[in-house]
Design a protein around this ligand. Structure first.
Ligand code: UT7
Length: 334
């Protein structure tokens, strides 16, 4: 079977309407706009109405991608959803999304790789295009982080936002598309960023709720150091494999966790600041959605054109590391 390169043929982004500004958080926890902006680069983030399932915002992003591609949901072969805030522990959010979309031909599953989820899911989807097994795949990164954030805990509640991004993968028709990927996992880092309760190790009980173990927990400093290093090292390994350097990249699209992490990683890799995509000021860290939302920002700003070479990179709970080399195929966009 001859291998075909996969390309991103459409992109759809969705964020909830409600804006939570730093000033709003000042009323909830002991913090300031100055502290949040100077330490993270975030000014505001979006928050879904309580009870909004991840499948709902994933649906909005998916419909946009399908509309732009003028593709019917019934044409989709496979749906992969990257999320750490599934509608319910099971079944997979991808199955719920399939039903809402009416994508009845598609088989579906979720990927749990936290902030690396979208790049991991894209890598998995690309394999099915490359082997020729499938021709139309929907990959979604979506998280309703507000469902698992403790709004009384100042070091985490300021960081996260809700959002969704969806792409369609199809066989490439030219030299553009997903060129290569590089991933790592450091399971020793699992304790640094997690949700302690609600799984088999510690099922939900009155006690776990009283102790707030159903919320996200992190060691911010450890994650900061790890992300700064890995979002430079992983792209570096990928570029070296192709005889490329940072100077050859047109765009550096990193997981939006903290503006200081993105800037430090880009500098370490040797990418000049004008090639760095950032929208964290407006959306905060939307976990599975940051990479597709950043692609949307690059398109809005006219910073991404067909033929551009870009590196996508991420670090997430796990700890998971993702990097992907993409020659942009161009997508319909408005
Ligand atoms: O997708 C991955 C998800 N996680 C991340 O990306 C997290 C990566 N880490 C970070 O972004 C940063 O570590 C944080 C933004 C979480 C924290 O920034 P930092 O510069 O590493 O601050 P710190 O944790 O060293 O804390 C410095 C001080 C502490 O006070 P003391 O102990 O020095 O008195 C914190 O209690 O800042 C305090 N602090 C705050 N102060 C005002 C922590 N959060 C806040 C806050 N407002 N929201």
């Amino acid at each position: 079977m001859s291998r075909k390169r996969a390309r991103i043929s459409a992109l759809g982004c969705h964020v909830p309407d409600r804006v939570v500004k730093n000033a709003d958080l000042e009323k909830m926890v002991d913090t300031t706009d100055e502290w949040i902006h100077s330490r993270t680069g975030i000014r505001e983030r979006r928050r879904a109405e309580p009870g909004t399932p991840t499948s709902e915002i994933a649906l909005n992003a998916s419909r946009k991608a399908l509309d732009l591609a003028e593709m019917r949901a019934s044409d989709i072969d496979l749906i992969i959803v990257a999320t750490i805030t599934p509608d319910v522990p099971f079944p997979a959010t991808a199955c719920i999304l399939q039903d809402k979309l009416g994508a009845s031909r598609a088989w579906c599953f979720d990927v749990s790789a936290a902030c690396s989820g979208f790049i991991y899911a894209l890598t998995i989807g690309a394999q099915f295009i490359e082997t020729g097994a499938h021709r139309k795949i929907l990959v979604v990164g979506a998280d309703v982080m507000s469902a698992i954030v403790d709004y009384e805990e100042r070091s985490t509640c300021i960081l996260f936002g809700d959002g969704a991004g969806a792409v369609l993968l199809e066989p490439a028709e030219d030299e553009t598309g997903i060129l290569d990927f590089y991933h790592e996992t450091d399971g020793w880092g699992a304790p640094y960023l997690n949700m302690p309760a609600g799984g088999s190790a510690l099922s939900t009980s009155h006690e776990t709720v009283d102790q707030k173990l159903h919320f996200i927990r992190q060691d911010g400093r450890q994650i900061f150091k790890y992300a700064t290093r890995k979002m430079a090292e992983a792209p570096q390994i990928l570029l070296a494999r192709h005889g490329l350097t940072a100077a050859d990249i047109d765009l550096y699209v990193a997981h939006q966790a903290n503006a200081r992490i993105i800037d430090a990683a880009a500098q370490r890799l040797g990418v000049s600041p004008e090639k760095v995509v950032k929208n964290i000021e407006r959306y905060g860290n939307t976990t599975g959605a940051t990479i597709p939302l950043a692609l949307g920002t690059a398109l809005d700003e006219g910073a991404l054109e067909k033929g551009d070479l870009m590196v996508l990179t991420s670090v997430g709970a796990g700890l998971t590391v993702g990097a992907m080399l993409v020659r942009w195929s161009g997508v319909p966009w408005k």
